[in-house]
Design a binder for this molecule. Structure first.
Ligand code: SF4
Length: 278
């Protein structure tokens, strides 16, 4: 019998998964206080470019590009199982990208063997921007995180975001600009929230992030058994009465040293010691 082509070519891919950044479009407009020192905008201005001109990039079809020759001929350039960080020099739901988004969703559907992660400050645009076949369960390989940098935006974005039919939802406080209470959202939607992540601001004009705010969010997550990550300290960290200036290369490692990351395990109820005499 003639040897047939495998119906599962992805299983032939022996390359290890990678972390890849995919910016299918570039450019954005500030939409809230967290955008004040946007890294993308700062970089574009340094290079004399207008960061508010949203344009499709040369990497638009990166997730579905394949090798045309060589050892991996026919395989996707991005290995199976990879995590693809999506739209980190724009907002995936920016209105200027409406005409390109359907094609981007189609690529994510095609690459159901990869995990796509994106962060947005525009959850109010998500419902109308989902693809027709999203349904009530959505694409299982897509995780969307909603950024809320302060209480004002948490109370406007989270009620909208958390009521959406998204299979994987998380919350980001980055740059964290003040103490933020998300207790009522953790209480109502805790089962759906896959993680909460905190981080400070980077760059020469970074605003201070107070470690007490981070600790407070950590405690809220422990209370509701929601995974928590202290992503990075930012460039200026207040801890007690001191302010630390932290070089970029140490911001992730220093946050990690706080040992605040929590996997969401429900903690056992406190056992009161038996004080009754026998
Ligand atoms: S939404 Fe994100 S990419 Fe857009 S201006 Fe704000 S920080 Fe920059």
């Amino acid at each position: 019998m003639e040897e047939q082509m495998s119906l599962f070519p992805e299983a032939e891919d022996r390359r290890p998964p990678q972390s890849v950044t995919w910016n299918g479009w570039h450019g954005c407009n500030p939409c809230s206080s967290g955008c004040l020192h946007c890294y993308m905008m700062r970089r574009d201005k340094e290079y004399g470019k207008d960061p508010t001109k949203v344009h499709k990039t040369a990497n638009f079809n990166l997730p579905v590009r394949r090798y045309r020759s060589g050892e991996h001929k026919g395989l996707y350039k991005i290995p199976s199982g990879s995590t693809i960080f999506t739209s980190f020099t724009s907002d995936f739901f920016h209105p200027a990208a409406d005409e390109w988004r359907a094609e981007a969703w189609a690529m994510m559907r095609e690459r159901s063997d990869c995990h796509f992660f994106m962060v947005t400050k525009r959850p109010e645009r998500i419902a109308a921007a989902l693809p027709a076949d999203w349904g009530v369960t959505g694409y299982d390989n897509v995780q969307i995180s909603c950024t809320c940098e302060n209480q004002y935006w948490a109370d406007r974005r989270l009620p909208v975001f958390l009521s959406l039919p998204l299979p994987h939802k998380s919350i980001t406080h980055e740059p964290m600009l003040e103490r933020i209470s998300i207790r009522k959202y953790l209480k109502e939607y805790g089962e759906q929230i896959e993680s909460v992540s905190c981080g400070g601001e980077s760059g020469p004009e970074a605003r201070i992030c107070d470690y007490a705010w981070v600790l407070n969010t950590h405690m809220q997550c422990v209370e509701y058994s929601v995974p928590f990550y202290y992503h990075q300290t930012g460039a200026r960290l207040r801890k007690g009465n001191r302010i630390y200036e932290i070089p970029r290369e140490h911001q992730h490692t220093q946050a990690h040293k706080a040992h605040l990351d929590f996997d969401g395990t429900r903690l056992p109820a406190w056992d009161e010691p038996d004080t009754e005499a026998d």
